[in-house]
Design a protein around this ligand. Sequence first.
Ligand SMILES: [Zn+2]
Length: 264
Amino acid sequence: MDSLFIFFSFIFGLIFGSFLNCLIWRLYEGESMAGRSHCRSCKKIIHWYDNLPVISYLLLGGHCRYCKKHISWQYPIVETLVGFLFMLVILRLKQEFGSMEAWNLDQVLILARNWFLVSTLVVIFIMDLRWYVILDKVSLTAVAVMLGLNLYLGFSWQSLLISATIGVSFFLIQFLVSRGRWLGGGDLRLGLLLGVSFSWPEVLATIFLAYGIGALVALALLAFGKKHWGSKLPLGTFLSVAALIILLYGPTIINWYLNLINWR
Ligand SMILES: [Zn+2]
């Protein structure tokens, strides 16, 4: 039975990824979510059979049926990515809670919460990577949802306050020192989102991991001559990747690190 749940979480992730693609474009261009999907070039309505996650992209060879314009790689990549992430989230929780058939309502809610966080992080990842923006509509909505759910699930507000303070102040200090040149207000609100989503050791682990990944990517880009010193890099993209890794493997990574430095 569990394998059926895992399979369906992958399928659900594919479909939800398709919705997120649509959300990303419409948020960026300020379009409403109402109205049917249309080709970004010729504006023709896309029929359901041309709108199946990944499959339609492959069948159409990555081109619009009508105007033959190339369809962005973002579509199949995000769909597949969200499919795998939804599946990894459920597998991770299965380790903690045991067989899904015996999950109680709170445990199902934790699954929904983690899927929501994953979806938010994927949206921030893509938008910051492509356009260097983290929209308040995305980050602040997610802060409200995560805060509400975590309080409902019985997390203490004191510990949420501590991790939120750490999440925000880390970026606030840099923001003030650099007078907004190193990072933007969007990063501050992402820090707040991390704070209301994770415990404080996880917030710190996410930040360190993000800077580590960022440094490696920056070095690689410099080495291949794609960027030069002082080029802008999307901090939100690195933070999203790090937060996804911590969400899925946080306790394992933190324990490994503490053992490494002989903390215990
Ligand atoms: Zn078209």
